[in-house]
Design a protein around this ligand. Sequence first.
Ligand code: GTP
Ligand code: MG
Length: 284
Amino acid sequence: MCGTCGCSGGSEGGTGTRIAVPHAHPHDGDHENGHGHEHENGHEHSHLREHAGPHRGHARPVAIRGAAGGGETITLEQRVLAKNEDLAARNRSWLAEQGIVAVNMMSSPGAGKTTVLERTIRDFAGQRPVAVIEGDQETMLDADRIKRAGSTVVQVNTGAGCHLDAEMMRDALITLAPVSGSLVLVENVGNLVCPALFDLGERSRVVIISVTEGTDKPLKYPYMFAAADLVIINKIDLLPYVDFDVTRCEEYARSVNPGLRSLAVSATTGEGMGDWYDWVAGQY
Ligand SMILES: Nc1nc2c(ncn2[C@@H]2O[C@H](COP(=O)(O)OP(=O)(O)OP(=O)(O)O)[C@@H](O)[C@H]2O)c(=O)[nH]1
Ligand SMILES: [Mg+2]
């Protein structure tokens, strides 16, 4: 799938997708390259697994995309997306049964997803249980940061893949075993294009844009902003040093998604983060 980028990733195609949790010993975050233990899927989520089980192991149709004509390519992509949507619906139903709110956090690489999550975890400590699914092509680096911030976390390494999908989400949830009523924050792979296409079964979608990326991003990546429930404009502490117009960026975002909510924050200084926490509370 990923008709636009040719990404061959995915949880079925044998492309090396790996789900792991950080080491449990206290100094695990010190490893420069990061690594963890791969886990067999847990045993407390039989409902989630049963529902999704029959779909395991199917060949990924996109594997033959290069050999197909244009019309057939579209049909195959539709099948992949339809299957993903079926799995996403099962995830969504399971999460709702557990009273868990899952939020899919998307952005270009480096916009500040992990930094927002770290501060959120620290500020929610003792108030709301938080669990995190980290999506990156490689490394346990972000999972190690999240663990140091105090949250349980599962790292999904997508290999060549540039986005998470519903099957990865399901497998990560089984390993993560979030408690009822918790907030599950999903950091998608840094990419403003493909993650917008793949429903994970999340409650809501957040796109983070940082002020160093340019005011025009909602116009240039409209699908991401059209798919979002909230835009977080991050790194506002850098506004004095960069050419970025917050108001115009918000107008651009609403031109592709009327009514889209937006917040301006600095995950580093904490400015505006209270608005983000209020928005999270409103998801329950
Ligand atoms: N000045 C400033 N820097 C920030 C802010 N938020 C994040 N950063 C910095 O931006 C860089 C990238 O932040 P990350 O949180 O790793 O970004 P990310 O979106 O998780 O990156 P990927 O996982 O690689 O896609 C780091 O050096 C952060 O310290 C902010 O609000 N202000
Ligand atoms: Mg990150």
